[in-house]
Design a binder for this molecule. Structure first.
Ligand code: ATP
Ligand code: MG
Length: 461
């Protein structure tokens, strides 16, 4: 069904018919040729056609019509159907009318009356072609716009997808960086743990090696300490026979006796250590008159010194003037054991010079402590050995052919006894110049007026 229309408007019926006839013969196969005798009628008809879905492609309107002139009609029509191509038939058209049509009705052409059929057909043909082209162009434009819109939508969708992916990536990156941080922290923690463990293991290994060394040293010292007196006991008793003189026998017996005493002391010391270590040694405190107590020790140690042939060593007991009658509450036997051990060492490790011993009462904050000291001008102990000597079975010169006899137990026992009295023990010594041993423990019920803050002993508490 044809839906394309060419519309002709002219108030002269003859003109209208001839227009219709000419147009029909040229375009009737594809177009409906509609006519109207006035502008008003034509506008109504066009309205109708448009509402029925027809396209009015070309309108040919006469200019000189009563009521509504051709240009006025075309201007109104152009508003209703802007794509329609308008041709004005001008016979007596004014310049103003044509200009009006051109400007306001977008006039396509004007044809002068009377027209040549060829001219009319050609003009209408061109107009139809132009309409079709414009239509096509419009269609293409529309398609392009749709394409562009769909492209824009796709771009928008893709952009959105990319943005989502991007934010997912950022999120993942954050997660990865958090995990990295956690891993880093964990790695650091592990590294620290490994360092700590390595340190602990190295220390444990050092301790094991040290204790291994101490054990070997202990065994070497012990076998030496046991073998020496035993050798002399066995050797001397072996050479006594019926030919031995009484003088020789007495001399040998004295040496055998000394060896026996030495062995007994060693066994006593070992026994004491194991007793203290097993926790079986208890503290028995009683009032001890320090003046009497220390003077007794002084006398017996003087004898000991003389017995060793070292009576050239100057030996002094120093009691502070305001403490001559001082009585302290402590374990007398243990205190004696400690002081005697220190004094025996001082005598053993000095060839001459002076040995002083005694005590001071010191005050630190509100606590009153008694500090005993034993100082000599003997061989001294170098700094690196000063801690070691309080650990069991250690002698500074621990080789088998060492110059001083002893099992290296005395100070170990002294330290353990001091700690049983809630005290501590330390040494100040310079190699080649002498040593001062100190030990201190708290005392109660002492007038604080007799305490002093002065002196090295007090500052080291
Ligand atoms: N007054 C001192 N002067 C120099 N060195 C000392 C003195 N007192 C102790 N020492 C050093 O400390 C080491 C340990 O002393 P400790 O009293 O424990 O053992 P010892 O006297 O060798 O043997 P023991 O006491 O078992 O007979 C001594 O071997 C010595 O090297
Ligand atoms: Mg000793």
């Amino acid at each position: 069904m044809k839906k394309k229309v060419i519309f002709c408007v002219d108030d002269e019926k003859i003109v209208l018919n001839s227009l219709k006839t000419e147009l029909k013969s040229a375009f009737g196969h594809a177009y409906i040729i509609e006519t109207a005798e006035s502008g008003i009628e034509a506008l109504e008809a066009v309205d109708n056609l448009l509402s029925l879905g027809y396209t009015v492609q070309v309108v040919i309107a006469d200019y000189a019509m009563p009521i509504m002139k051709g240009d006025e009609f075309l201007v109104t029509l152009h508003k209703k159907s802007p794509r329609t191509l308008n041709i004005l038939l001008t016979g007596q058209a004014t310049f103003e009318g044509v200009t009006n049509s051109i400007n306001q009705a977008d006039l396509y052409r004007y044809i002068s009356k009377p027209w040549h059929t060829n001219d009319l057909i050609l003009t209408v043909k061109e107009a139809l072609k132009s309409y079709e082209q414009e239509n096509k162009l419009k269609q293409q434009n529309k398609e392009l716009q749709e394409l562009s819109a769909s492209l824009e939508q796709k771009v928008e969708e893709r952009t959105k997808e990319l943005q989502e992916k991007n934010s997912l990536l950022i999120e993942n990156q954050k997660k990865i960086s958090n995990q990295n941080n956690e891993l880093e922290q964990y790695r650091n923690h592990l590294e620290n743990l490994v360092k700590e463990r390595t340190f602990e293991l190295t220390q444990a290994k050092d301790r094991a090696e040290e204790s291994d060394k101490l054990k070997s040293q202990f065994l070497a010292t012990m076998s030496h300490e046991l073998r020496t007196p035993l050798n002399s006991i066995i050797g001397l008793t072996g050479i006594i026979d019926k030919n031995s003189s009484i003088g020789e026998i007495l001399e040998y017996i004295e040496i055998v006796n000394n060896s026996g005493v030495h062995l007994l002391k060693l066994i006593d010391d070992l026994f004491n250590i194991s007793l203290i270590e097993s926790g079986k040694v208890k503290v028995f405190k009683k009032g001890v008159d320090l003046g009497v107590f220390l003077n007794d020790i002084y006398k017996s140690m003087q004898e000991y010194r003389d017995h060793l042939g070292k009576n050239h060593i100057d030996f002094k007991l120093k009691i502070p003037p305001n403490c001559e009658d001082l009585i302290i509450y402590t374990d007398e036997l243990k205190l004696k054991h400690i002081i005697v051990n220190l004094l025996k060492n001082a005598i053993k490790f000095s060839d001459d010079g002076i040995i002083n011993f005694g005590f001071k009462v010191c005050k630190k904050e509100e606590n009153i402590r008694i500090v005993f000291f034993v100082s000599d001008t003997g061989i001294g102990i170098d700094q690196s050995h000063q801690d070691l000597i309080f650990k069991g079975f250690t002698q500074v010169n621990g080789t088998l052919n060492r110059p001083y006899e002893g099992a290296g137990i005395g100070l170990t026992i002294a330290k353990k006894l001091v700690s049983l009295l809630d005290g501590n023990i330390w040494v100040d010594s310079t190699l080649g110049k002498g040593s001062s041993f100190f030990f201190s423990f708290p005392i109660k019920n002492i007038k604080s007026s007799i305490a002093t803050n002065a002196g090295d002993e007090c500052s080291k508490l």
